[in-house]
Design a protein around this ligand. Sequence first.
Ligand SMILES: [Ca+2]
Length: 100
Amino acid sequence: MSFFNQRGIFLQLMQPSPSEPNTRVSLQLARKELSWDAENKMQIEELVDSTYYTAKSTDLGNSFSIETVSNDVDGDGTIGADDKAKLQALAKAYASIVNP
Ligand SMILES: [Ca+2]
């Protein structure tokens, strides 16, 4: 997370494997908090308020589903299908990005 980013979403892609036939994308929504460690005289970056989701695809990354979304990620005041759709779209986009 860069200096300018105070909020972030970390993504990790897990390709199908013998033990897990589905493509999965793990999403971590977090906020960055900066504080000063006086003892060691250094700035500390900490991720707080993390929420984790796992998006699952049974069709090799063409479509993703997330069971339950508990965040109002689009800020429209309600938690619902639109929030889920945005996170699922993000997972799909990420699954098609091979580097990193
Ligand atoms: Ca919403």
